[in-house]
Write a protein that binds this ligand. Structure first.
Ligand SMILES: Cc1cc2nc3c(=O)[nH]c(=O)nc-3n(C[C@H](O)[C@H](O)[C@H](O)COP(=O)(O)O)c2cc1C
Length: 222
């Protein structure tokens, strides 16, 4: 039982990385083998529109033909039982690294044929982890927006080729080591600290439970 977590955040040890660690811990507790991949440590680009993945009878049909730092990873992902896409929200959506990976993973599996063949080898379980400055209501209204927001659209692509993603979030995150040093008085540091100390631990726990749930679901499928 293999789960791959794609950590699409650039900062080691910060909010997104910690949510990934919690998810991984929960999944491992329930018996999964977990691999966490830090996308910012890899050298790769997004889709280059070569369309080798759509050539009729082509050697790369349904698979990405680009060769770079993501190639081996894409092959491992296609074999996994669970995939987790984690990102801090950047400008309402996922980071460019995660977006690039998703293009390479999902686009070859999205068919342009009228009768869409099921190109993914199996219904891989999926989850999204997001961390962000905004609070929950704004996240839903703007980024998800009933599937029309940028993250809503992103999730529907994931759900089209794999299982519908479960979502785990950390809201109102603590962003700096010392707010006083930065030009950021839009945020009240005391409130941010309170949230970090009281709510973030609960969000980490929710990530752990989601990891456990994913592993249990995979086990139940046999
Ligand atoms: C380039 C950039 C863009 C951001 N855009 C948003 C945004 O659109 N909405 C939001 O709520 N937070 C935004 N943030 C804040 C981060 O999403 C948030 O602080 C996140 O938890 C950081 O994750 P990390 O601690 O793992 O780095 C942005 C941060 C950066 C650096």
């Amino acid at each position: 039982m293999k789960i791959i977590i794609f950590d699409g955040g650039p900062r080691k040890g910060w909010n997104t990385a910690r949510m990934c660690e919690s998810f991984a811990a929960g999944a491992a507790e329930a018996g999964a083998e977990v691999e966490t991949v830090r996308l910012y440590d890899l050298d790769f680009k997004g889709c280059r529109s070569c369309f080798a993945c759509k050539v009729k009878g082509g050697a790369s049909y349904g698979r990405c033909a680009q060769r770079d730092g993501a190639s081996g990873l894409l092959e491992r992902a296609a074999q996994a039982d669970g995939l987790v896409f984690a990102s801090p929200v950047y400008l309402w959506t996922v980071t460019p690294q995660l977006h690039a990976l998703i293009e390479r993973l999902i686009f070859p599996l999205v068919s342009y044929a009228k009768e869409e063949p099921a190109l993914a080898s199996k219904r891989i379980e999926t989850a999204m982890i997001y961390t962000m400055n905004v609070k929950e209501p704004q996240f839903h209204e703007t980024y998800i927006n009933g599937g029309k927001g940028p993250l809503g659209a992103f999730e529907s692509f994931v759900g089209r080729v794999f299982a519908k993603p479960e979502r785990v979030c950390a809201f109102d995150t603590y962003q700096f080591t010392d707010y006083a040093k930065y030009d950021a008085d839009k945020w009240d540091e005391a409130e941010k600290k309170k949230w970090r100390d009281e709510e973030f631990p609960k969000e980490l726990l929710a990530a752990r439970e989601a990891g456990r749930r994913m592993a249990e679901k995979i086990k139940a499928k046999g």
